[in-house]
Design a protein. Structure first.
Length: 377
């Protein structure tokens, strides 16, 4: 059915293929596949769908009607909606269902690097996510504990000076940390967080982020919480928000889920901070120091915690970097033209072969697995 679905979405389907697809859709399980796709994606950008639904459908139906078969008689009403949505947002869902599996004689085996914890004296410890240990400072005092994929710090040994630890998450893994004030931080793959073992009773609660993290900050009106990322400070009292600042990204994105945050450069006054409201994304363009604010669907920017991949207006080269980080694999792209093309796609917990299969089908990319590397020509 791969060919028929692809031709339907491209508007090149023939009369016989329409009949075949219609028979396939008579199975309620297959109808449920498309229906669930609509449920997952219709709120992705509802305004865009409403504005473009008729135009997208007319493009599909024009091709289908040329086969002298009225599309409304061949498909249920919901299929009209699903086809338009698929045209707008890509074929990624069908790859998640296994329709577009790409055969390859070699199997790609992701690397398995360790999560590390660096203490204030430079000592580096590895973290076993299947185990449990006591977390000690450089003097041997117990300052917290690690249970599987989370480290929790306590206030048992408060100090008069800040003592920092650094948690580093390699590609292919995620981890959580509960800071001494109860703030919970979810760290994405390829990220690190530098933080005090205990916050001081006076002054801001400041941490330093590289990569991406979701913060659920414990409210404290006396001590603001500040995330320092490159030259941008994200200041809150107590709230939930996501910060993404990977090296390949042009923007530092801050997405607010609950509460309120202020964004400002390190050398700017707090009074000049750009304020965000829930449901907004602040994008700091590092080249121009400009902060742009947009309304967004916040779940798209936090779905990485459930293992999902969402790409919005990203070049193929940037997508490849994110795939390398998510799966902890090496990808080499020799196709310079393709590398600069922009894509939108979403994948829900699928193997990297299925992701590459998606791009192979819509762009006929030539890729192979060689010596545990993905090679694209």
């Amino acid at each position: 059915m791969k060919k028929n679905i692809t031709k339907l979405l491209l508007g090149t389907i023939t009369e016989n293929e329409i009949v075949e697809l219609r028979i396939w859709l008579q199975d309620p399980k297959n109808q449920a596949i498309l229906e669930s796709y609509v449920r997952d994606y219709h709120d992705l950008n509802l305004a865009t769908i409403k504005n473009n639904l008729d135009e997208a459908y007319n493009k599909v139906s024009h091709q289908i009607d040329s086969n002298d078969k009225p599309v409304k008689k061949l498909f249920p009403n919901w299929t009209r909606y699903a086809a338009a949505v698929v045209l707008l947002f890509g074929l990624a869902f069908f790859y998640q269902q296994g329709f577009f599996a790409t055969s390859n004689p070699e199997v790609l085996v992701p690397k398995d690097d360790s999560i590390t914890l660096e203490l204030d004296n430079g000592t580096i410890q590895t973290i076993d996510v299947n185990g449990a240990i006591e977390v000690r400072d450089s003097e041997g005092n117990v300052v917290g504990s690690q249970q599987q994929n989370q480290i929790s710090y306590s206030k048992a040994h408060e100090k008069e000076v800040l003592v920092f630890n650094t948690l580093t998450i390699p590609n292919g893994k995620k981890f959580q940390i509960e800071l001494s004030d109860g703030t919970l931080v979810h760290l994405n793959a390829g990220s690190s967080l530098r933080y005090p073992v205990n916050f001081l009773s006076d002054g801001p609660r400041e941490v330093f982020l590289t990569g991406e993290a979701y913060f659920d900050v414990t409210k404290n009106v006396s001590n603001s919480f500040v995330v320092n990322v490159n030259e941008l400070d994200v200041k809150v009292l107590g709230t939930q928000f996501n910060v993404s600042a990977y090296g390949e990204d042009e923007f530092i994105d801050v997405v607010l889920v609950e509460g309120a945050v202020g964004l400002h450069k390190e050398d700017e006054l707090q009074a000049d901070a750009v304020k965000l409201s829930p449901g907004q994304k602040g994008s700091y363009e590092q080249a121009s120091n400009y902060i742009q604010v947009n309304e967004v669907n916040t779940s798209l920017y936090t779905s990485w915690m459930q293992g999902h991949l969402v790409f919005r207006d990203l070049t193929f080269n940037n997508i490849l970097k994110k795939l390398e980080r998510h799966y902890n694999v090496e990808i080499i792209n020799f196709n310079e033209v393709l590398g600069n093309e922009v894509f939108n796609a979403r994948f829900n917990s699928v193997a990297i072969e299925e992701v590459l299969g998606y791009f192979n089908d819509i762009h006929s990319i030539d890729f192979r697995i060689e010596e545990n590397k993905v090679i694209i020509k």
